[in-house]
Design a protein around this ligand. Sequence first.
Ligand code: DOR
Ligand code: ZN
Length: 344
Amino acid sequence: MQTLTIIQPDDMHLHLRDGDALQAVVPYSARQMGRAVIMPNLKPPVVSVADALAYKARILAALPAGSTFEPLMTLYLTDKTTPELVREAKAAGIVAFKLYPAGATTNSDSGVTDLFKLIPVLEEMAAQGVLLLVHGEVTDADIDIFDREAAFIERIMKPVLAKVPDLKVVFEHITTAEAARLVQEAGENVAASVTPQHLLLNRNDLLVGGVRPHHFCLPVLKRETHRQALVAAVTGDKAHKFFLGTDSAPHARSAKENACGCAGMFSAATAIELYAEVFEQAGALDKLEAFASKNGARFYGLPENTRTLTLIKQPQSVPESVAYGSDTLVPMRAGGEVAWSVQY
Ligand code: DOR
Ligand code: ZN
């Protein structure tokens, strides 16, 4: 049977939530990922160093016994973030601030209303080597939801990079050819995370034959040409600038199958297996390890993990749902099969 052993991967974009939800989902990531960059969009958001350290302690307490999984903590950028907070964050081991444009997605009400007013904060981040993680979508009502990432590049990303050219930026969960190109053409201080859903699915998977609420995430799935551009980016010339970030974002089934369904797909249970499908289909399995286990660590200035993970070309069935506190969670590919398995 075909096997593939790689350095243990890291998930550079993960939502773990809190409380019962955290308890339910963290074992899935801890089982296959060495580390994960933890998103701060809790209710209320993680805005202070004290919040982040307390949240980190809750994550560590929720881990299965013996787990060596390491959460890398981030803070939620707000209109009130100061350069002093950036220095405090750096000293406390916080790796990044996350930009959510106000209103862009789940729990983004406290998000930034005008990033250009935060230039001194961004300059301090550049000076301290603290990363800016970007949810790259504009929220202007006049911009079509399918165009919001491309508009963000022109209205926000390029002008901000021009003003703070040394800022290390991760363009998170990119979904378009335009975002892939921006990253490819930018300096080495700009990289991107890419989710399994944006590499495997297009907007037909969301809308053809009926609305599929479990395929709704933000940024929304795009047309097939964009999916192909993302696959080309993660396997191409500048592949070192792209890395694994699942954006696994659990929402209870009742919140997804709803008249106003929440955005987010839960992929953590079979994340590396889904990415293996992408790279195999592209004839680039030899590039999976760099994407999953090297490029993100290098960009964050971290050593590679010392453990390894072995994938086997053996299909596994994905359950229809998994436990999630008093509700259930419908994972990506629910009721279907993933072509690869992990040897645990
Ligand atoms: O689909 C998404 N879900 N996109 C985001 O940006 C946030 C996330 C969540 O927290 O549920
Ligand atoms: Zn996210």
